[in-house]
Design a protein around this ligand. Structure first.
Ligand SMILES: Cc1cc2nc3c(=O)[nH]c(=O)nc-3n(C[C@H](O)[C@H](O)[C@H](O)COP(=O)(O)OP(=O)(O)OC[C@H]3O[C@@H](n4cnc5c(N)ncnc54)[C@H](O)[C@@H]3O)c2cc1C
Length: 451
């Protein structure tokens, strides 16, 4: 028998990985379970979706990150349940994992706000697979438009709709518009810049609602200058195959991207603790769940309301990372019999980029926009990437794209199924969506063309 406590972390995202690394010198054994083999830097996913970066630049194998940490091991598996009395975690492959401390750092998934059937037509952006699928469909739409002679179909093929005017939607819409411009610079013979239509739809009265109204307006103007049509104050009332209804108007579009919201993945809810309206687990000031001081939830899966505040903290990478580092201290100090101070979030501000050269950034004291904000945005993102190799890759790709206005990752690697039926579009493997914590094909979806 050993007196070393067993810390089981579910999820190797921002929070889980910060926690595991924070425990490197603690007298504990760490087991990190993730159903993916990689840690993903989600803030740059939209750049993979728009061919600006290769997936390998923003994803690193979790095993590699922790390989030198002697007190940590990594398991590729999915947590499917927990027995809090016996203190064991149930894994999808049938194993039971005993723990002294359990931390759910399982993040969030795309939220269609009660319209899960829209997932078939509106692409979410949460995983590398999502990003590659969007990239391939965008590129395929250009390929089809190059050969299309029917003006109405051509118009549909070159129309892209992004739903949700938060940072992800703003960044995605700007990047698709710029991809159009840069791809056009020489690659296609029959597509002109003015043929491409990118719409950003937001039901709120302005984009980037969490930002100061002045910066929101600057972002809207920058988008408009790029050529993005920004539709504000209009809800999306329906999404169908290659069509979206904004208010009463139907718009035909080849790609619809859903950047409108997230909800927690299903595992954290299995802890049996109370949930807030968004489905996040309500945690105490030390991130533990009621009645279980050794069971914690952090990051996007948690609803943490600082003492005296009215609202819980937002789902942001710094929140998850700071909570991860905080829990590492708490767990290490528990072993020494030290008390638990409450978690205090240090808000370092928010940023969003618009196209290749502009951004908006706000801290408590400073408001920035334009190229300077873009430089600040770039430096912060590179600094937060994990691994020197990834930082170098991203810096190289950005410099290359800034100088040449080209995008390197314009590959379609999925099997393209060319249909022999005139008028039908070539097909790529179908969308896979997550349901009840499992990734499944949507009802009515065809089987993968690969299988
Ligand atoms: C497109 C996009 C852009 C974003 N941009 C920004 C930004 O610019 N700035 C910012 O601060 N934040 C941004 N965010 C939000 C930020 O990424 C999240 O707040 C952050 O990832 C939350 O960290 P986390 O550790 O809670 O979860 P995550 O980082 O999502 O990690 C969760 C991990 O848990 C694993 N997992 C889930 N369920 C299970 C299970 N049952 N068993 C095993 N493993 C499981 C997942 O595979 C994943 O690795 C963005 C998010 C997205 C999707």
């Amino acid at each position: 028998m050993t007196d070393r406590k067993r810390v089981v972390i579910v999820g190797g995202g921002f929070g889980g990985l910060a926690l595991a690394r924070g425990l490197r010198s603690a007298n504990v054994d760490v087991t990190l379970v993730d159903r993916e083999n990689h840690h993903l830097f989600q803030p740059l996913l939209y750049q993979v979706a728009t061919a600006g970066l290769q997936p390998g630049a923003i994803a690193v194998p979790i095993r590699g990150v922790l390989s030198k940490q002697k007190n940590a091991r990594v398991l590729l598996d999915e947590a499917v349940g927990v027995d809090l009395e016996r203190k064991v975690l149930h894994l999808a492959r049938g194993k039971e994992l005993p723990f002294d401390y359990l931390v759910a750092a399982t993040g969030a998934r795309t939220n269609y706000f009660g319209h899960d059937d829209w997932a078939k037509y509106a692409h979410g952006l949460k995983t590398v697979r999502d990003a590659i699928r969007i990239r391939e469909r965008v590129l395929l739409a250009f390929e089809e438009a190059e050969m299309e002679t029917d003006p109405a179909r051509r118009k549909m093929l070159l129309t892209f709709v992004v739903i949700g005017g938060g940072p992800t939607g703003v960044e995605m819409a700007g990047a698709i518009r710029e991809l159009g411009k840069s791809v056009l610079a020489g690659d296609y013979r029959n597509i002109k810049d003015e043929d491409i239509r990118v719409l950003l739809v937001e039901m709120a009265p302005r984009v980037l609602m969490p930002f100061d109204p002045e910066l929101s307006e600057k972002a809207r103007l920058a988008l408009a200058e790029l050529g993005v049509e920004v539709r504000l104050g209009e809800p999306v009332s329906e999404v169908a195959e290659e069509r979206v209804r904004i208010g009463e108007e139907w718009i035909d579009a080849s790609i619809i991207v859903w950047a409108s919201g997230v909800k927690p993945t299903s595992f954290a809810a299995k802890l049996g603790a109370p949930l807030d309206r968004a489905g996040r687990v309500i945690v105490g000031q030390d991130c533990s769940i009621p009645g279980h001081p050794d069971v914690f939830v952090l990051g996007d899966a948690a609803s943490f309301t600082p003492a005296g505040a009215e609202r819980p903290l937002p789902g942001l990478a710094p929140v998850a990372m700071q909570q991860g580092r905080y829990l590492a201290r708490i767990i290490a100090n528990d072993g020494k019999g030290l008390p638990r101070p409450p978690f205090v979030y240090r808000d370092k501000g928010a940023m969003a980029t618009i196209g290749r050269r502009r951004a908006v950034a706000a801290t408590k004291r400073l408001k920035l926009s334009g190229f300077l904000a873009w430089i600040a945005w770039g430096l912060v993102h590179v600094a937060y990437l994990i691994g020197f190799h990834n930082r170098l890759l991203v810096l190289f790709e950005w410099t290359w794209s800034l100088v040449t206005a080209k995008r390197g990752a314009r590959l379609i690697t999925a099997n393209i199924h060319f249909r022999d039926t005139p008028g039908r579009r070539p097909e790529l493997p179908p969308l896979i969506v997550e349901r009840h914590g499992r990734r499944t094909r949507m009802p009515g979806e065809r089987r993968s063309l690969d299988s």
